[in-house]
Design a protein around this ligand. Sequence first.
Ligand code: GLN
Length: 544
Amino acid sequence: MNQEDFQVKYIFVTGGVVSSLGKGVAAASIGHLLESRGLRISMQKLDPYINVDPGTMSPYQHGEVYVTDDGAETDLDLGHYERFTDVKLSKASNVTTGKIYQSVITKERKGEYLGQTVQVIPHITDEIKSCVKLMANEDIDVVIVEVGGTVGDMEGMPFMEAIRQFKKDVGRNNVIYIHLTLVPFIKVSGEVKTKPTQHSVNKLREIGIIPDILICRTERGLSEEIKEKISLFCDVEKNAVINAPDVSSVYEIPIVFKRQGVDNLIIDLLRLTDKVPLPQKEDLWADMVNRLKSPKHSLTIAVVGKYIKLPDAYKSIVEALNHGGIWHGAKIHIRWVDSEGLKSPIDAEKLLSDLGGILVPGGFGYRGIEGKLEAVRYARENKIPFLGICLGLQCVVIEFANNVLGLTGANSVEVDPETPHPVIHLMEEQQDITNMGGTMRLGSYPAIIRKWTTTIKAYGLELISERHRHRYEINPKYCAEFEKAGLIMAGTSPDGRLVEIVELKDHPWFVATQFHPEFKSKPTAPHPLFREFVFNSLKHQGRI
Ligand code: GLN
């Protein structure tokens, strides 16, 4: 079927004034509302930076790298898309300047431009547009595309130009532009100011993009008068000036938008025909938000990592913990413990004794490993509920080998290439690590869970599929010894070659996974491991 045979609509979401206004959450909330109107959507993020993907970026720079089922390493906003909607994201869902240039230059080298001078317009912009069109097919009604950065950024220009042209290409009734801006409150004068919004909309108009909807981030909300003023100066209908006040949880945003009729507005502007709505989806969400806003318990969980100065580095883990908390009516407080500051049993006692559970997340390199091992030891010996993720599992194995099996110096070859006991090693086929990114195990793989384990009790399933992002694996040579001493290989790849899950036998709840369960958790459907980890942590703290 040709693209011309079905009519897909497009929504472009841009941002102005300042960054970090929550464009990702706004785009995801719009996706959520359209899905509950029965519309089938897909979502994409265009990132103007030059990295081909964020896989090689430090989490300090860019926050977490979110991994899709098909193994794409993507921007963390894609996590919001999957948490708020039912979209299935893929490699095509995140496009960067680096990716665009890489493919244009490859075509140029192959002679595909037939002697032309290759330029930003039309070649780069055409490449961007064709990436956007990849999101459309006969099973999709609306494609939502978020453009990273802020209007006016130099590196965002080709993307802005491409989305401007898009309207002409696919028909004026098939595209709308939604712009997020900031309407600051100036304390000394006690007023909100619309001028930054006016400037930001002017900037868009200079490029040739006229916004259809303005989402205004404010501390306290917009009065009718301010809405009128913005409508007048920015030439946007008053009912399309949307109030987006600060809220205590991002999960309230779809409700805030719904109340202001954002879904109806979009449906009218795009001349979408009515579908069968799914009110139960809205009810489920509203119920989740109610539970979130009236917790019965409070629970402290320690997250022991090395990127704790930027909690966005662990975005999906924080959200998955929150989802478990919402399910059990508990407000989660995270105690961020810097693994580099956790040097001795005294530190562990001080930082980890009075809480419900300990989580050791993923990570790369040797820094902070000692502190993570200390946290694992503390949780194991003191029977504190524990969840280890990826590097967290590898630390469990290293700690157990050293302190329980007495294999002094046991380590991961990532941390100590000369270790006498390489309990975490590289599989043979992975020995060449010269191409960073190239040798990682990325994306979804199946695993089989062993019967009568803590893990199978959580999942209620034998065959699971979870997302991976790692290079090293448990060395199978040591598995029998681990088992004998009480570290159970609770899940493996279906061929039995790779260990996916370990758990401790004589412990109330101690599970570690080689994969990243946090990527598949949703606010209305917490991941089973996070749900059970939170439950057991509540029990440990005597809250239930
Ligand atoms: N650095 C470890 C590996 O590559 C763990 C990776 C992770 O925690 N995501 O195997």
